[in-house]
Design a protein. Structure first.
Length: 349
């Protein structure tokens, strides 16, 4: 059974519920709203999900899996993507409870639940399947710039940091492009995108030598479409995640690039030894690294201004537009029309 065949989801965020701290759950709520039965987080049980996230009205926050069972859920989804990708101890009991209740467990963690002897035994005893969405399987394809010769126009989102809205920007651009009559596809390259769209590869879980080839293979899958929006990962100057960002640049060979940015952040992972480079520098860096294979160009900036007052968000948009000379928009607050217009103008479509 495919993960999208499960349509009665409980999202597990235990102790981490928040727009940025549980971005997998938040994105599923935003893009698969009708499939979500409840959010499981004992620290926030009974509170308003809409007040905590800004959306998700009517979805209850519960403390135990048993509270969801009258609504007949069919799967528990681990709704966080923590650094290192391990299963937090505080979540383990909820996973066990779900398996004992016969629910499928869908995980996007680097830690493979199928390799956990205790969880596997419980899953077998109760007929409950486990899905490790981040498991890319065996891939040995090398990237050689094949995407350059594909018919599909390729738009890649890149970021000045992690968790700045690369996937959301792609999904909103795809929706807007389809509404505009374009034959547009979304290409998921991470676990949350796969859970939303139903296919894809978590590029950060592929062996380094073959990550570019895996990205190339994803584009090949939509090669006959008019345009595709490829979900970016990490940041090219992030000391922990630059490798996956470079693999996507070289595997996708983007025609156009959208830079994604969260105003106000100064350091990666709040580490004092990991400052975030200015957006102007990162635009030049991404274009320079793409150029030897294919002259991809940053044509717009997507800002994530979640939680900011309107005045502050507007000021950030104006500041980044002035500094970069590019169209700037927040996909959720103001929509992606300026970004799609920039993409279409640059690509001539």
């Amino acid at each position: 059974m495919h993960v999208l065949d499960y349509r009665r989801l409980v999202l597990l965020t235990e102790g981490s519920l928040g727009l940025f701290t549980s971005k997998t759950a938040a994105s599923i709520i935003r893009y698969r709203r009708n499939d979500v039965v409840a959010v499981l987080d004992s620290e926030c049980a009974g509170k308003s999900l809409e007040r905590l996230l800004g959306f998700g009205e009517g979805i209850p926050i519960i403390a135990e899996i048993a509270e969801a069972m009258p609504d007949h859920p069919d799967a528990l989804v681990i709704g966080i993507a923590p650094s290192g990708g391990q299963l937090p101890d505080r979540m383990r009991r909820h996973v066990i409870d779900a398996l004992r209740a016969g629910l499928a467990v869908i995980s996007g963690l680097h830690y493979r639940l199928r390799d956990d002897d205790e969880l596997n035994e419980i899953a077998r005893d109760h007929g409950a399947p486990i899905y490790d969405v981040r498991d890319p399987g065996v891939t040995t394809r090398l990237s050689f710039g094949r995407a350059r010769s594909m018919r599909v126009k390729r738009v890649l989102t890149v970021g000045t940091d992690c968790a700045v809205g690369k996937m959301v920007t792609c999904l909103e651009l795809r929706t807007a492009a389809v509404r505009a009559g374009l034959d547009a596809a979304f290409v998921p390259t991470g676990q949350t995108g796969i859970m939303i769209e139903g296919w894809g590869t978590s590029i950060d879980a592929v062996v380094s030598d073959f990550a570019g080839g895996a990205a190339e293979a994803l584009v090949e899958r939509v090669a006959d479409r008019g345009i595709c929006f490829v979900e970016g990962q990490g940041s090219i100057e992030h000391p922990a995640y630059s490798a996956v960002s470079l693999a996507l640049l070289h595997g996708v060979c983007p025609d156009a690039i959208i830079m994604c940015h969260r105003p106000g952040r100064t350091h990666h992972n709040d580490r004092p030894d990991c400052p975030i480079a200015r957006i102007e520098e990162q635009i030049l860096l991404n274009e320079s690294l793409t150029r030897p294979l294919h002259p991809g160009k940053v044509v717009g900036v997507s800002l994530n201004t979640a939680g900011m007052p309107d005045e502050e968000a507007t000021a950030h948009v104006a500041d980044i537009a002035r500094r970069t000379g590019l169209p700037v928009s927040d996909p959720i607050r103001t929509g992606v029309a300026p970004l799609l217009a920039a993409v279409r103008s640059y690509l001539g479509i």
